[in-house]
Design a binder for this molecule. Sequence first.
Ligand code: 5AD
Ligand code: SF4
Length: 480
Amino acid sequence: MSKDYNKYFIKPSIKDARKRINNDTQTIDFNEYFNIKGFGEGKTYALETFGCQGNEADSETISGILESLKFKKSDSLEHADLILLNTCAIRENAENRVFGELGRLKKYKRNNPDLILGVCGCMPQEEKVVEKIMKHVPQVDLVFGTHNIYKLPEYLETVILSKERVIEVYSEEGSIVENLPKIRENARKAWVNIMFGCDEFCTYCIVPYTRGKERSRDPKAIIDEVNELIAEGYQEVTLLGQNVNSYGRDFIDRSYSFANLLEDLSKLPIPRVRFTTSHPKDFDFKTVDVIAKGGNLMPYIHLPVQSGSNEVLKRMNRKYTRESYLELIHYIYESIPSVSITTDIIVAFPGETEAQFEETLDLVRQCHFEGAYTFIFSKREGTPAYHYEDLLTFEEKKSRLHKLNKVVNEGFYGGTKRFEGKIVDVLVDGVSKNNDKVLAGYTENNKLINFTGDQSLIGKIVKVKVTEAMTWFLRGELIE
Ligand code: 5AD
Ligand code: SF4
């Protein structure tokens, strides 16, 4: 089946995505936009999600839209009538994985020509990806980006009923869409978007191009969503944004900030509030003071540092220094003594010298991080760092990553060890991956813990005594 695109054919442009227009963000109500029709009746879907929590949250919206069109979740890829890949563009290997998967999925299309194959998320926001899909994977029927998920009903109607191909990727972010349907993966823990996009333009990062201008949701919409989750029995929310600390910066009067939002959420009867991701430049002491009051604001902060060298931070356009980062870390430890801090680090950023890399190792030791996501710099076309001279061999880069991970793992272990013998509150997620007689959950400090207990405890917060610290997780005994 070869399809034409008559109606929908808009390709992305990284150049246009770089622009920031200072217009006011509009809010659309999904319910007013669509008259949902049940043309998915009798059809099944499979959705594969790659990348960050932002994509996981988007996939819950995609499932919500599909199920409101009466699609049902398929038990396998093989039997699905619609397969959608929600993709990640952050590093080259994430993209390679998606192209590998598309190669694998071609065979399903051969067996079932009516199968609809779609690609969405961050990768389609890059023009080179859309060109590659058109050239090498013409089996793909549907391509859309991060800004137009809400138009999925219209696209599917075109692909299914008019048998036309759809490629529609906007390079300028549009509105904030409220009241999107959602099928949440977890019945006790929920993602809550508080903002979209990013205006930081760190020189290595593709996100400001794939996710567009920073736009904050109205505080009332966020609080209403959390209240609905509470009514449904949710125990934990994680507030999502690329830089949550700049929440509200786009509001005209700018008087309501992230600290205000946390303060308001701390008054709601939900046991746990988390947030990610933070930017050291915008993480103000006022926010630390609010978290320090405790309550439902969890003592866990993910604070990506990226590098310990001022020279490298400058070339990354991070807009803070090693010294100001350390000052913030000290203030956090002083104010919230029980806190666990984790971070993100990029090694072998173009031009990073051995001495600058050593500065990162030294900073990691000083900060007592209890975990870190560590990455080798990956060149992203369209970003400034794509053009920076990159002289290290892959072996040298891997060696730096390996050295860094050794130091990071000491921190991981230190972070679990300090809880040995302590009693911790655990939100029980489910059974352990390796043994269904064992329960698994997370402590307030976001440590994975395994312990023996009845499955009726799933979804509850229980007290557990930590008996043994491993590098990546804790073992414990239920005490209540
Ligand atoms: N190369 C390697 N790591 C990157 N990250 C973002 N862009 C790149 C890139 N081009 C990392 C940063 C960020 C995390 C989500 O991914 O550390 O904090
Ligand atoms: Fe990327 Fe920097 Fe924005 Fe984070 S703050 S999403 S690293 S540009």
